[in-house]
Write a new protein. Structure first.
Length: 357
């Protein structure tokens, strides 16, 4: 039976890819979002303001309230993150109460920053991005997600939901013991749109790291490793650190690479890492055993990194010795993306979860 689904919010095209999978299964899907900033990801209902300056900022806060009539009558609403609308300035309680009252089911993703991730993930994970995020991204000792007020709000919104679905191990462990916690569902990628290409090496092996949140992604470790490797292997390796651009442009830059380095502080692979797998890149990033278990797999083609420059240097040097295997490693990446992250397969998991809760 066809469902009418509202995907509320967007991070790195996660909901966009999920929408495309759900549509293939015959469901009617609407995305309402701010477009994820500079990534400019299109949505069906846009909360973006075209007004300049302070007026634009005020109008941006008010737009979701003016669209409430368009956010009604859905079988399922899925919110990408409890803090997608900034609680400092937005009447968040009123808005979510309206959403819950005027739709059948309401789910939340464990994705991005939230208070549970900050309060529990930070303590339970072997390593985490929080210290570098505070130091380099916020340039502060404190983030509002750490407050009791934010935690109570997070708690309340999750309690109002039919369930919370983690996209990876980090959120699963953060919500462990919460009665709304559901099974982890992998990040989806539209494998029909992300074309596989043979991972052919030119004069040098090209290694790419996407620049987004410098501290959160652990970019300082990547820079340090690249500096060392550049001087040691000037004729064998080429390095690109680039980002903060629209998603399609970003994916174009990624296509030039043989190897993609994802987040340094993650136990799991993020959305950009999943895109890289689908393209057929050798991917380095989060592939801890706990994360694989969370995805329901025993092994992964992702080369696991620890959050330090030495880990990158070691793995790149190993890769240099077996560069003739890079093409085959790229094929394994694509197979894994199809088997675990394929948008239709993942969409089916969401439909089953929504239907059963």
């Amino acid at each position: 039976m066809s469902m009418k689904i509202l995907l509320l919010g967007e991070f790195s095209g996660l909901h966009k890819n999920l929408k495309e999978g759900l549509q293939k299964l015959g469901h009617e899907v609407v995305i309402a979002s701010y477009g994820d900033g500079f990534k400019k990801i299109p949505s069906d209902i846009s909360f973006e303001s075209k007004l300049p300056g302070i007026l634009g900022k005020i109008w941006r806060i008010l737009i979701p309230l003016t669209k409430l009539s368009e956010l009604r009558g859905f079988d399922v609403v899925q919110l990408i993150n409890p803090f997608y609308f900034n609680p400092k300035y937005f009447p968040i309680n009123f808005f979510y109460n309206q959403i819950i009252r005027s739709n059948s089911k309401f789910f939340i993703l464990g994705a991005g920053d939230d208070s549970y991730f900050w309060r529990y993930g930070r303590k339970k994970l072997k390593y985490s991005p929080f210290s570098d995020f505070l130091k380099y991204d916020l340039r502060s000792n404190y983030y509002y997600m750490q407050s009791d007020k934010s935690f109570r709000l997070n708690q309340k919104i999750v309690k109002l939901s039919n369930g919370l679905i983690p996209i990876m191990y980090e959120y699963e462990i953060s919500y462990q013991g919460n009665d709304r916690l559901l099974d982890t569902i992998p990040i989806p990628v539209n494998i029909d749109k992300v074309k596989f290409q043979k991972n052919i090496i030119g004069k040098k092996i090209v290694i790419f790291h996407g620049l987004n949140r410098y501290g959160f992604k652990g970019t300082r470790h990547v820079e340090k490793a690249f500096e060392y490797l550049k001087s040691k292997y000037p004729d064998d390796l080429e390095f690109i650190i680039d980002g903060k651009m629209p998603l399609q442009q970003y994916l174009k830059v990624m296509r030039q690479a043989n190897v993609v380095i994802d987040q340094m502080y993650s136990h799991s692979l993020g959305v950009n890492g999943v895109y890289a797998l689908a393209m057929g890149k050798v991917v380095m990033g989060g592939a801890e055993l706990e994360s694989l278990k969370s995805l329901g797999v025993e092994s992964s083609p992702v080369i696991n990194l620890k959050p330090n420059a030495e880990s990158i240097i070691k793995e790149v040097e190993v890769l240099l010795k077996k560069k003739n295997q890079i093409q085959e490693m790229g094929r394994e990446s694509r197979k894994f993306a199809e088997a675990i992250h394929g948008h239709v397969k993942v969409a089916k998991q969401y439909i089953d979860t929504w239907s059963n809760h």
